[in-house]
Design a binder for this molecule. Structure first.
Ligand SMILES: [Zn+2]
Length: 701
């Protein structure tokens, strides 16, 4: 590549010109890599990054020159050194599938080692034109066996956090190991992007950037040998290429410069699996190297780094930039337990498990062992309120039949030791039919209200709280204070389950207040309704940013001071009058420069009174029917009511009456005995509940 172009590139970098680096996408919304866009953002805030990059570029230029002259004078001499690199995976998860298995990580390391040593099975797919310059880069990654404190590790750290959604650099602070001793990979559910609907697969940091963020942010679904987005584990191969100062093969510009002499010029990023694509950058029918890991082609058809790229990477290995030259030093390999011959001790496991915490009574739920740091060989579970109440299976299923909050305990044993974890009030079991019946109001004036609700606690920095300095028509409300909190947090309030069965025109109204911090604030509030015990929710209200805002932006932590800063939302629930156990969830999501959201006066109203509601929810059954002299009348009361039971003939005359009485809420079974004093025939059973009558036909044999 010509020198002028090179100088211009550096000048562009130093001036912070970023027009050359528009990121390409291989298909709608999939962003294979956001490294260059990220680099430009970081460099605009960190001038030292640019200076370090320029210095590394100068060193690289020198190294390449001397390497090439060595090669020409003594082409047969081998200066080859295989570099062993300690690597650590930090898996940030929220208890979902993003908490990928150890197997997937082992698989990923294997793929890296094949790709960086040209041991990959698909080397035969390399275009014959380029086979002679396809490089064994002499890099072997080994999962760390000793952590920074010298403790036993399997090179995998797991941290529960909802920052795993739309993850950004701040998540790295939750777990990172010194980058001059370990190569850090952070696995997350999703990577933050400004592209609407964009899915970013990976994001690296070029050498020269901050040590605290040095490494690769990798999407969980493309970690390991997965076919998602045609990854095949090559996303991390590509990203580590960037960490070793490799540019995209098209130079992030039309026919741009990747600072590598033996790669052909590319028009731009390629996608899919092109075959013999001719570069139009130059004359002479030059075929683009679309199988290069630094293109945007599908992982399944990438299979090589070039010798020129290898030389460029070696220049980084020789550099003190970000301490890269220490990673493979013999003393560091000993310190990280990655040296040849190191016999790893059996680690002590770290006990953990995660699952959805809310469920309805009568349901059986699977528990999954999420312990890490060592392979467990024995498990001892204790399930308060569950059946079974103990288990020694790794992944037991447990039935919960009564409502309440229950502890779960897990003790795990590995060859190296024992660990246990107790999660207090972890499982919240709701009644199978709710006794909470509208109309009712949650006005937040009562501090006890908050205790009866599920609040998303987890590992969040901030949760919903009851405040007494703001409210609509009062001084109390619920608040989620996102001001000054890193974005990506999700916070739920799940209301007590509610019974809408038989109600007429049920409706939910609530007040909320939200002021954006800046025009970039895009916090979200949704109201979800679940018919299936919280397994899935449909959104009845969903607003973000400027649409959510109820008042002018506030550069300080927002507190609504007048009712005019609030708005009222009315949500008809007519579609839910068959639901006897509805879950209603308010969910806030922090996006951008976050700001505070307040909720007050959650009111459930109906157009008919409670008595109709009671009568519509009786679930009346009579068994046996027909009967000879005795039968049972079974019914359900959503709340305490005055009940009278009578037997009528078909002319409506009472032939027998049981005493009226006040009955508690819940299931009832009342025996009716004719004492053989009533003739055979068809009769009507009348149930009178708080003055409203229900009839059922009965036959006396
Ligand atoms: Zn890239």
């Amino acid at each position: 590549m010509n020198y002028m172009k090179y100088r211009f590139y550096l000048t562009a970098l130093l001036l912070g010109v970023n027009t050359f680096y528009a990121e390409a996408q291989d298909q709608v919304n999939v962003i294979r890599c956001e490294t260059v866009k990220y680099m430009n953002e970081v460099q605009s805030k960190d001038p030292q990054f640019l200076i370090n990059q320029a210095e590394l570029e100068r060193q690289t230029e020198e190294y390449v020159k001397s390497h090439n002259s060595n090669k020409s004078t003594n082409p047969s001499s081998s200066q080859r050194v295989k570099r062993i690199i300690p690597i650590v995976f930090h898996v940030f998860h929220n208890g979902g599938p993003e908490n990928i298995s150890k197997q997937r990580i082992l698989e990923q390391v294997e793929i890296l080692n094949r790709d960086f040593q040209r041991l990959n099975a698909d080397t035969n797919e390399t275009n014959p034109l380029y086979k002679s310059i396809a490089a064994d880069c002499d890099i072997e990654f080994r999962l760390a066996k000793l952590d920074p404190n010298g403790n036993c590790t399997d090179g995998i750290v797991r941290v529960k956090t909802d920052l795993t959604y739309n993850a950004d650099d701040n998540i790295k602070a939750l777990s990172r190991w010194p980058n001059n001793k370990y190569f850090n990979v952070w696995v997350v559910e999703t990577i933050s992007t400004t592209q609407v609907g964009g899915v970013v697969l990976g994001r690296s940091q070029f050498p020269g950037g901050s040590n605290t963020t040095d490494g690769v942010l990798l999407k969980a679904t493309v970690t390991g040998n997965t076919t998602t987005f045609s990854n095949y584990g090559r996303t991390l191969t590509h990203e580590i290429g960037h960490s070793l100062n490799l540019r995209h093969i098209w130079g992030d510009a039309t026919c741009g410069n990747d600072f590598v002499a033996d790669t052909p010029p590319h028009n731009g990023a390629n996608s899919g699996c092109p075959n013999n694509k001719v570069s139009t950058c130059v004359t002479g029918n030059v075929i683009e190297m679309t199988e290069n890991y630094m293109d945007y082609t599908n992982g399944v058809c990438q299979n090589m780094f070039s010798e020129g790229q290898k030389t460029r990477m070696e220049a980084v290995w020789n550099s003190t930039t970000n301490g890269r030259n220490n990673l493979y030093s013999p003393s560091n390999l000993v310190a990280t337990g990655t040296n040849d011959g190191y016999v790893a001790a059996a680690c002590v496991p770290i006990a953990d498990f995660n699952r959805k915490q809310e469920l309805c009574s009568g349901t059986t739920v699977p528990f999954n062992d999420g312990s890490f740091n060592a392979d467990a060989i024995a498990w001892e579970w204790t399930f308060e309120g569950g059946n079974p109440s103990t288990s020694t299976l790794q992944n037991p299923s447990v039935n919960y039949s009564t409502a309440g909050k229950f502890d779960v305990k897990l003790k795990v044993t590995s060859a190296g030791g024992v660990d246990s974890i107790l999660k207090t009030d972890y499982i919240r079991v709701f009644e199978s039919i709710s006794t909470k019946v509208p109309p009712f109001t949650l006005d937040m004036e009562d501090a006890a209200f908050f205790d009866i609700n599920t609040v998303n606690a987890g590992s969040n920095n901030k949760n919903w709280e009851r405040v007494t300095n703001a409210g609509f028509g009062s001084s109390s409300s619920l608040a989620i204070k996102y001001f000054g909190i890193s974005d990506g947090q999700i916070n739920d309030i799940i209301l007590p389950t509610i019974n809408f069965k038989g109600t007429t025109s049920p409706k939910l109204t609530f007040n909320y207040a939200y002021a954006r911090r800046t025009t970039l604030s895009n916090d979200n509030l949704t109201l979800g309704f679940s018919r299936n015990c919280g397994v899935s929710f449909s959104n009845l209200f969903n607003k973000s940013g400027s649409v959510l805002a109820t008042t002018a932006n506030s550069t300080s932590s927002f507190v609504p001071t007048t009712d005019a800063q609030w708005t009222t939302v009315e949500v008809p629930l007519d579609a839910y009058t068959n639901e006897d156990n509805a879950f209603i969830r308010f969910r806030a999501t922090n996006d951008g420069p976050g700001s505070n959201i307040y909720i007050d006066n959650i009111v459930f109203s109906v157009t008919t009174g409670i008595d109709n509601f009671l009568a519509n929810n009786l679930n009346l059954s009579i068994a046996p029917n027909p009967f000879e002299s005795t039968t049972n009348i079974n019914f359900y009361l959503v709340q305490e009511a005055k009940v009278q039971i009578s037997l009528l003939d078909l002319l409506g005359r009472e032939v027998k009456t049981l005493d009226a009485s006040l009955m508690n809420s819940g299931n009832h079974s009342v025996e009716l005995n004719t004492n053989n004093e009533i003739n055979s025939g068809v009769y009507l059973l009348k149930l009178r509940v708080n003055g409203i009558e229900k009839f059922e036909k009965v036959i006396i044999k």
